[in-house]
Design a protein around this ligand. Structure first.
Ligand code: EPZ
Length: 421
C-alpha cells in the first residue's frame, strides 16, 4: 500500500485542468449494457474506480479498451449477468449494473453491497423501485437475484433524492413497456450527464435535472459516442487547495456553475473567485472568516465536499458549524484532522470547528475517498511532514492528485508504505 509524505507551507500558484467526473463515468459505463455494439466515451478520468468498472464489464463479457482518456466498450458479445461479492465489496457502484442487466437480459444476480466507512449504505430504494417496475427481487446468500421478462412502466416516488437509485431506476425504465415517472429524483450534474447519454442511445427521457423524470420505454437502445462532464467535486477540492494555502490558483476545463454552492461559501468566507464559462480563479486578498455549512442534495452544498471544507475551516479564524444531513456519520476525517492540531468536536451529525492558527504535520490514516482529500489539503498547510497512509482511497476518485498539485507548488511524495506494525 502507498502513502503520501506531504511537506506543508507553499502557496499553490498556477493553472490546473479538471478531469472527467467519477460519479458520471461509472453509471455511463454501466448504461452501455443496455445496448449491443460499440460505445465510445470521451473525457474519461483515469481512476481506480473507473478501472474496476471496466474489469466488471469484461467479466460480463464486454470488450473494454481505455486509452488517452477515451473508453471504447463493445457489448456485442456480453452474455453474463452475475456480479460477485469480490467486486462489489471493492466498489459499491457495481450496483449500477443491476438495472441495465435486468432491463436487457430479464435477469441479474448482483452481490449485496455492504456498508462503508461512513455508515450503512442501504439500497432499499433501488430494490423497491425495481419491484414497482414489476421485477421479482430475492435476497439470498448475500446476493440480489432480480428477474422480470419485461419491466412495466409505472410511477415511483423516492423517499430521498438518492443519486444511485435515480441512476439505477432511470437505466431500468428506459427499456420498460410503457411510461415511468420518477418523483423526488436526484438532480446532480452526473444524473444529467447520464440522462443525456441515455437520450443519445435512443431513450425517451424528459425532466432530467429536475425532481421529476418521465421515461417512455422503448424496445431497444443503440450504442453512441459521448463525453463525461468535468468533475465538480475535484473542482471544489482544488479550489480549497488554493484557499487553504492562500495561493493563486486557476482551474480549467470545468463548469463553474456546477460548483456554485462551494464557490458561494468560499466567497462568503472572504476569497476572491473569478469565473469564466470554463475556468475559476481563486485568490485570498483578505483574512478569511469561518462560515457555517449544511450539506444537502444538489444544488445544495455537496456532502462530497464536507470533509474538504472542514479542513479549510480548521485553520480559518472563528467557529464553523458543519451539519451533515446526507450521511449522518460522515465525520471520520475530523479525528484525523485533530491529530494534525485541529480543534473539532463532533456530535450527532454536527461538527463544531474552532479555527486554529496552524496545523502540525503527523502520521494520519485515510478512511474514505473524501476524507483522504481533506487530509491532503490539511497536509498542504501543516508545519513539517504529514504522512497519509492508505492513499488507495484517494486514487479511487482523483486522477494523479499528487502530480497535479506538485505542478502548482505542492510537495507531495508517494512512497511504498512499509510500516512493520
Ligand atoms: C452517490 O452515492 C455518490 N457515489 C456518493 O459519492 C455521494 O456521496 C452520494 O451519491 C450523495 O451525493 C457515486 O455516485 C458512485 P445516495 P449513493 O443514494 O448513490 C440513503 C464519493 O465520494 N439511501 O444519494 O450511494 C443513503 O443511506 C461518493 O464520490 C437509502 O436510504 O448516495 C444516504 O443517506 C461517496 N436507501 C442518502 O440516501 C437507498 O436505497 C443518499 O444516498 C439509497 C440511498
Amino acid at each position: 500500500m502507498d502513502k503520501f509524505i506531504i511537506t506543508g507551507g507553499s502557496p499553490l500558484r498556477g493553472e490546473l485542468p479538471i478531469s472527467g467526473s467519477k460519479n458520471a463515468v461509472l453509471p455511463v459505463m454501466a448504461a452501455t449494457l443496455l445496448t449491443k455494439g460499440t460505445t465510445v466515451i470521451h473525457n474519461v478520468p483515469d481512476l481506480v474506480d473507473m478501472r474496476t468498472m471496466a474489469h466488471l464489464l469484461r467479466i460480463l463479457g464486454a470488450k473494454v479498451q481505455f486509452e488517452d482518456h477515451r473508453l471504447t466498450i463493445d457489448t456485442t458479445t456480453y452474455d453474463f449477468n452475475e456480479v460477485p461479492y469480490e467486486l462489489v465489496k471493492t466498489m459499491r457502484a457495481s450496483i449500477y449494473v443491476l438495472g441495465p442487466l435486468l432491463a436487457k437480459m430479464g435477469e441479474a444476480k448482483v452481490s449485496l453491497p455492504g456498508g462503508c466507512s461512513f455508515g450503512p449504505r442501504p439500497i432499499d430504494y433501488h430494490l423497491r423501485g425495481l419491484e414497482t417496475l414489476g421485477a421479482t427481487v430475492e435476497l439470498k446468500h448475500g446476493n440480489i437475484h432480480a428477474t422480470c421478462s419485461r419491466l412495466k412502466g409505472t410511477e415511483i416516488y423516492l423517499d430521498f433524492p438518492s443519486v444511485g437509485a435515480t441512476c439505477n431506476l432511470m437505466m431500468s425504465a428506459v427499456l420498460a413497456e410503457g411510461t415511468t415517472v420518477l418523483y423526488n429524483c436526484a438532480k446532480e450534474p452526473h444524473i444529467i450527464n447520464l440522462g443525456e447519454v441515455l437520450q443519445q442511445m435512443g431513450a425517451k427521457i424528459q425532466g432530467v435535472g429536475t425532481d421529476t423524470i418521465k421515461i417512455e420505454g422503448v424496445a431497444e437502445l443503440h450504442p453512441c459516442e459521448c463525453s463525461i462532464y468535468a468533475d465538480y467535486i475535484e473542482l471544489g477540492t482544488f479550489l480549497i487547495a488554493g484557499a487553504i494555502t492562500k495561493g493563486d490558483l486557476t482551474l480549467t476545463h470545468c463548469d463553474p456553475m456546477q460548483a456554485e454552492a462551494v464557490i458561494n461559501k468560499l466567497r462568503r468566507s472572504g476569497y476572491n473567485m473569478e469565473l469564466t464559462p470554463s475556468t475559476v480563479r481563486i485568490t485570498c486578498p483578505r483574512l478569511p472568516k469561518a462560515v457555517n455549512v449544511t450539506t444537502m442534495p444538489y444544488p445544495g452544498f455537496p456532502t462530497d465536499m464536507q470533509a474538504q471544507f472542514m479542513a479549510l475551516m480548521s485553520v480559518t479564524p472563528g467557529t464553523s458549524m458543519i451539519a451533515e444531513t446526507v450521511f449522518q456519520s460522515r465525520f471520520n476525517h475530523a479525528m484525523e484532522l485533530n491529530r494534525l492540531g485541529a480543534n473539532i468536536h463532533v456530535d450527532e451529525g454536527m461538527a463544531v470547528v474552532y479555527g486554529v492558527d496552524k496545523l502540525s504535520g503527523a502520521p494520519v490514516m485515510a478512511s474514505d475517498l473524501r476524507a483522504s482529500a481533506a487530509l491532503v489539503l490539511a497536509g498542504l498547510v501543516a508545519e513539517g511532514e504529514t504522512h497519509i497512509s492508505r492513499v488507495y482511497h484517494i486514487d479511487r476518485g482523483y486522477e494523479s492528485i499528487e502530480t497535479k498539485l506538485n505542478a502548482v507548488g505542492a510537495s507531495i511524495q508517494r512512497v511504498a508504505d512499509s510500516n512493520r506494525y
